[in-house]
Design a protein around this ligand. Structure first.
Ligand code: FAD
Length: 436
């Protein structure tokens, strides 16, 4: 019998467990270990609550978790409750699928002022991540700004702009729903250092902006090169740019009170305010011949009492695991870190791609493990038995998939009308729901 540990129960972890289970069948036990008693990683804590259909991918993960030979071990933080070296003693192979949960810093003066928030924190707050339950973002001003030109920036801007009616059918948590409803924010400026042709926003997300009940996109036609420039773009990007061109041509809808202003060629220099964020000082940029943003020296102010920076994420380093400081991820070659130690998902590639992009990672790493230790060969590691003994000696209480099902049932029972669940936002409440 082989024993494999997959650390992290987001898409990367689940696709790896699925692939290992398919390759080894009864010949291996796969333990998916997560720091929380609730699985799915960013499918629960990242994907926007008003995009419920995307969260349905978790059904596939449930099938994997319920397959004989696969176990979920929640409430165990690797690196704190058990080390990588210990896992390597207990398991034939260890796959790190811990994602990239840390916000990258802007690296500009004023970013530590109250009111400046990373998107991981802001998204975690409205999605019920226990680390950010007490964030209380200052939403009391009329102006907000989001720094970044990717889909996560767009998620943040959209959530700030939607009405309670538009949000309450999803699984946004009540504390966020109430705070957003009360917020007088009427201008959300989305700042990007480069131009509309360099965005990393997808057509579905951009298209939705034309249908928000009380908000309208504001895009300046002067920001676009001639339409012939779009021919060089790949089809998805061309569609995104066409949508922006359309918004620019139609102009903002004057009947809608909230404006989502796309400010391109805008490089934040510093954030200023009297003890809290009040405005961003921005330098106008232009593109050089390699489409890089270069400052023009012209500066202006963007008022914002809440500033959400959405410029990327990094994986935290772990003791004993080689780390790529520049890339903010584990040092690896096609997912291999060292003998019997691998990584997948954002911890392998960095924070890019969709949920589905993580699938080939998992399958590729499973194939490497299969090549190194052929199915049918025996190992002499103790796997979950040894891990549980070690955790018990340390007073760590692991949870299992049945516990998660109990939490899920309680969350569904607590849901407001029309919403699939009301998430618990405290670890203690999860543990209470499972009788610990
Ligand atoms: C705000 C946001 C919105 C997104 N929206 C979409 C979308 O609409 N559509 C789409 O296709 N993609 C979307 N994505 C991308 C998608 O979520 C990622 O591609 C995917 O979640 C990455 O999977 P992962 O397994 O690498 O990491 P994660 O999903 O982050 O999973 C990591 C897991 O590891 C666990 N973990 C972390 N540290 C430890 C530790 N020390 N010990 C044990 N467990 C640990 C975490 O609890 C978590 O469960 C979004 C991403 C973000 C940030």
């Amino acid at each position: 019998m082989r024993h494999f540990a997959v650390v992290g129960s987001g898409p990367g972890g689940f696709y790896t467990a699925e692939a290992l289970n398919k390759a080894y069948g009864d010949g291996a036990r796969v333990d998916i270990i997560d720091r929380y008693p609730v699985p799915y990683g960013l499918v629960r804590f990242g994907v926007a609550p008003d995009h419920q259909s995307l969260k349905a991918v978790s059904k596939r993960y449930d099938t994997t978790a319920e397959t004989a030979g696969v176990d979920f071990i929640g409430n165990v933080t690797v690196g704190r409750d058990v080390s990588i070296a210990e896992l390597l003693d207990l398991y034939d192979a260890v796959v790190l699928a811990i994602g990239a949960p840390h916000d990258r810093k802007l690296g500009i003066p004023g970013e530590d002022l109250p009111g400046v928030i990373g998107s991981a924190a802001f998204v975690g707050w409205y999605n019920g991540h226990p680390e950010f339950a007490d964030l209380a973002p200052p939403l009391g001003g009329t102006h907000a700004a989001v720094i970044g030109n990717g889909n996560v920036a767009l998620d943040c801007a959209r959530i700030l702009s939607k009405t309670r009616g538009e949000l309450e059918g999803g699984d946004i948590v009540n504390h966020a729903l109430d705070a957003l409803e009360k917020s007088p924010i009427r201008t959300v400026t989305v700042l990007g250092r480069r131009g509309p042709l360099q965005i990393s926003m997808t057509p579905k997300e951009l298209g939705e902006l034309g249908h928000i009940e009380a908000a309208t996109p504001v895009v300046d036609s002067a920001d676009f090169p001639g339409v012939e420039a779009d021919e060089a773009l790949e089809p998805g990007q061309r569609k995104s740019v066409s949508l922006l061109r359309e918004y620019a041509a139609n102009g903002p809808d004057p009947s809608k009170a909230t404006r989502m202003v796309f400010d391109f060629y805008a490089k934040p220099l510093r954030i200023e305010g009297d003890g809290k964020a009040e405005k961003i000082i921005v330098e106008r940029t232009k593109l050089d011949e390699n489409a890089r943003a270069v400052g023009t020296g012209e500066t202006y102010e963007v008022p914002a009492s809440v500033v959400i920076s959405s410029i990327g994420y990094s994986t935290p380093p772990m003791e004993g695991v080689p780390y790529d400081v520049r890339g903010g991820k584990f040092l690896n070659e096609n997912g291999k870190i060292a003998d019997r130690l691998y990584c997948v998902g954002w911890a392998r590639r960095g924070p890019s791609g969709t949920i589905g992009t993580n699938r080939p990672d998992g399958y590729e790493v499973a194939a490497q493990i299969e090549a190194a230790m052929a199915p049918g060969t025996a190992g002499d590691r103790t796997g979950a038995g040894g891990l549980k003994a070690l955790l018990s000696a340390r007073d760590v209480m692991p949870t299992d998939y049945d516990d998660w099902r109990r939490i899920e049932q309680t969350e569904s029972a607590n849901a407001r009308p029309g919403s699939p669940r009301e998430k618990f936002v405290r670890v203690e409440d999860w543990m209470k729901a499972v009788g610990r």
